[in-house]
Design a protein around this ligand. Structure first.
Ligand SMILES: [Zn+2]
Length: 804
């Protein structure tokens, strides 16, 4: 080495030492140089923050920093976690740090990690027992359900924290550890990445971090916090999730049932409840279904919201969303004509429900302008109302998240329309990540959608306060704790990190994940995950993408070798196994399904009267339905015949034997009324080579609903069917003629008629004829082609239809 270079190097190392001396080490060469200082009686979250910091510094460096309530005299450096007399002295406070925001500040010999921490205490009248309910009733002077119930499942003894605890300092500790390159990708030891460092210095730092979304309620299929394992609960905290009750109260899902759900209300006010089939829906789904035209119910809802806001001055919102599965309009005189069947199922109750919510909000706004009334775009009121141009400024809307490629465009449009009606910021989004749940179709499916999460949250920033995402969290070992954690962990991780920074680069975040989590197999896992992200919807329908997914995963496994990375991939291989069952079913296809033959007739020869005794039906083969599940003969016999008409229509004649015609359950006489499902019906499921598939539901009153089932339930499609029903003494029967069209007809309209050519050998249609007969609690379901389960919607079991 020459002299000049030696001098240069000497200077360089001198300057490095000089710079290092300006910093203070927390750990040096594996030896502790600092203590962790907390308040004498810290909130739970601050205490947990100190314990987590101690544990991870130890994992990183092998040094265990003591947790103390006063800084040690002979200790070179101090980490102040949470507010204490010492942070007060430094004038570093938690002021203005809401919803888990935090500060990280370093000085000469100290580091402060601070946010707002507060133990959650259930408020007065929170119902623990019947005495509390009595006191609540006395206080309100009415019979409402106390909405403050969500706290019950939110304490975790395993982690020593309540999900409602404010925990800014804990977030600060986790961010500090992330800056040291610690990563939590999945719950449990196998899910974390911890670097080794023998020396940890205090770097110059003065940073305040605020989340982009205050409301971060992901994963809590409530109540779940209390039975999650320590690993699962800590994982959620480490990635920064928080249901922030100061932003949105947890009573919004189906919150209206708090107004009418009590037994006393049902007895005193039957008129609050919807009228179906001459009876008030008092007991349905527990709380009953409301009549939203009832002025008494309306006044009670207003009074309830005002009382709740008066009693709980810190409660930001009250929920006014109706009971689940609220899909049919009340049949009372006042409600008549208030639904909008022309808007399809997504909007049939939109005007009806949103108008009610808005009217309640207008009243409450007069007395409590700073609080919000919440309802969700959901069920039969997914679409925004036509009738309400702008919502009252205190209406908060839960809009759908748009992360499923099949429905994304439609939901984005709905969201945009809601955004134009609500006051700025009065939005949250909701949805679920339950795709890979133990579900007959998607079990074990690698459902990834990180890019859609990133795009969606980026778009929602500034519009939405945050999210509620259902993600069931069960019992069991750490990796079984979060729903489908093997795949969901990436969706959950990306979502949680975007709650804090919705502008980050998704590919950088994913690139880091592949590198850190899969090491030598990073490239192969990137290929597997990107393939799955692009192709998981196809895995529901074809064996090839499933084969490809297995192949890619196994390749990654070979590259990973006998390492921690290999173990992570082993978990995935284990998790995808149920897909083999689906693959087998798909590969087998429709082998063994029954066949039916349609006769050809002149369409003009049918007399559309519902009875099947005219010559038109003579010599047309008849087929019998079997029990839907067992395939045995059902108690009530059903036969059908099918004809291909010369005007290109498919005509069914169906005869339902019924020994109890007086008990026939007809729940609607109108078309497109979802009430039809509550009664006796026959259903046709029809799939053509051009379209899979259509569903037509009809009853003995000649009412029908027709749905396109291609991407869910779309009621905008119209079969344009002609239907006639006939009732005899011991049977009822129908004749239904459905026009079919194809491109040769010109101007094919996807919203009208069956899309398909005449079914012939080589290009058959697939179909099922189903019947549901209901008498009280007894329900009998039968089918031309039994599906083997209590489900009509199993297309692979549809029988074959050929004109012969
Ligand atoms: Zn009504």
């Amino acid at each position: 080495m020459n002299k000049t270079l030696k001098i240069f190097l000497g200077l360089l190392s001198f300057s490095l030492i000089g710079f290092a001396q300006a910093e203070v080490d927390l750990v040096r060469n594996g030896k502790p140089q600092a203590d962790i200082v907390i308040a004498e009686a810290p909130p739970r979250a601050a205490k947990l923050a100190a314990i987590e910091l101690q544990e991870y510094i130890f994992k990183i460096s092998g040094a265990k920093l003591p947790v103390v309530i006063a800084p040690g005299k002979d200790i070179p450096a101090h980490i102040y976690v949470g507010k204490s007399a010492y942070t007060d002295k430094l004038k570093i406070t938690d002021e203005g740090l809401k919803y888990g925001a935090f500060r990280m500040v370093s000085g000469g010999d100290y580091l402060v990690l601070i946010g707002h921490d507060k133990d959650y205490v259930p408020p007065e009248f929170a119902p623990r027992n019947s005495k509390d309910v009595e006191r609540w009733d006395e206080r309100t002077g009415d019979k409402w359900v106390n909405p403050v119930t969500g706290w019950q499942g939110r304490y975790s003894s395993a982690a020593g924290i309540n999900d409602y605890d404010e925990r800014g300092s804990l977030n600060a500790v986790y961010e500090f550890l992330r800056n040291l390159s610690v990563r939590w990708y999945m719950s449990g030891d196998l899910g974390e990445v911890v670097p080794e460092k023998k020396t940890i210095a205090i770097a110059p730092l003065d940073k305040t971090v605020r989340p982009d979304f205050p409301y971060r309620d992901l994963g809590n299929y409530s109540p779940a916090f209390w039975y999650g394992t320590r690993d699962a609960i800590l994982y959620r905290l480490r990635i920064g999730l928080d249901p922030s009750p100061a932003c949105v109260s947890d009573d919004w899902p189906h919150g209206l049932i708090n107004v009418h759900g009590r037994k006393e209300t049902k007895e005193a006010h039957p008129e609050y409840y919807a009228l179906y089939d001459g009876k008030r829906a008092i007991g349905v789904s527990g709380a009953g279904y409301p009549c939203l035209s009832s002025t008494g119910l309306f006044q009670s809802a207003v009074n309830y919201a005002r009382a709740v806001f008066d009693i709980y001055p810190d409660k930001p919102t009250v929920g006014m969303m109706p009971q689940d599965a609220y899909i049919s309009l009340c049949q009372c005189e006042l409600c008549k004509g208030k639904d909008t069947p022309g808007r399809g199922w997504d909007g049939v109750m939109s005007d009806y429900v949103w108008d009610f919510v808005n009217r309640v909000a207008i009243e409450v706004y007069k007395t409590h302008p700073d609080r919000k009334i919440v309802n969700a775009s959901y069920g039969s009121y997914v679409l925004p109302p036509d009738k309400v141009d702008k919502f009252s400024p205190n209406v908060m809307v839960v809009v759908p998240m748009a992360r499923d490629p099949a429905t994304r465009e439609k939901l984005l449009k709905i969201r945009k329309e809601f955004a134009e009606k609500v006051a700025p910021g009065n939005m949250i989004s909701g949805g679920h990540y339950l795709h890979s749940r133990t579900n007959i179709v998607t079990a074990g499916m690698p459902v990834y959608f990180p890019h859609l999460i990133a795009e969606d949250l980026h778009a929602l920033k500034g519009l939405s306060q945050g999210e509620f995402i259902e993600l069931s969290q069960g019992y069991g070992e750490s990796i079984g704790d979060m729903h489908a954690p093997i795949f969901n962990h990436l969706n959950v991780y990306v979502t949680a990190r975007y709650y804090w920074d919705a502008d980050q680069d998704i590919d950088a975040l994913l690139g880091e994940y592949y590198e850190k989590f899969y090491g030598p197999a990073a490239k192969e896992m990137k290929v597997f995950i990107e393939y799955s992200e692009a192709n998981w919807p196809l895995m529901k329908a074809k064996p090839e993408p499933i084969d490809k997914a297995f192949e890619l995963l196994e390749k990654a496994r070979r590259v990973a070798g006998d390492t921690v990375y290999g173990k992570r991939i082993d978990l995935m291989i284990d998790f995808v196994q149920p897909m083999k069952y689906l693959r087998e079913k798909l590969a087998k296809g429709r082998k063994g399904v029954p066949q039916a033959f349609a006769a050809e007739r002149k369409s003009t020869e049918i007399k559309m009267d519902g009875s099947l005794d005219e010559p038109f039906w003579k010599d047309v083969p008849a087929y019998e339905l079997k029990d839907l599940v067992t395939g045995k003969p059902p108690v009530s016999k059903t036969t059908f015949q099918v004809v291909w008409g010369d005007d290109r229509s498919i005509i069914f004649g169906i005869r339902c034997e019924d020994a109890d015609m007086k008990g026939l359950k007809i729940t609607t006489t109108r078309n497109e009324d979802a009430n039809i499902f509550n009664g006796d019906v026959v259903e046709l499921q029809i799939e053509t080579p051009a379209h899979a598939y259509y569903q037509i539901v009809l009853n003995a009153a000649g009412a029908l609903i027709d749905l396109d089932r291609k991407t869910g339930i779309d009621s905008n499609w119209s079969s344009e069917a002609k239907l006639a029903a006939y009732s005899g003494d011991t049977f009822w029967s129908v004749e239904i003629r459905i026009p079919a069209s194809d491109w040769q007809e010109g101007g094919l309209d996807p919203l009208k008629k069956i899309n398909g050519k005449k079914p012939e050998a080589g290009a058959p249609w697939y179909f099922n004829v189903n019947r549901t007969r209901q008498r009280g609690k007894e329900v009998e379901c039968s089918a031309f082609s039994p599906t083997g389960e209590m489900n009509f919607h199993v297309p692979l079991k549809f029988g074959e239809l050929i004109v012969k």
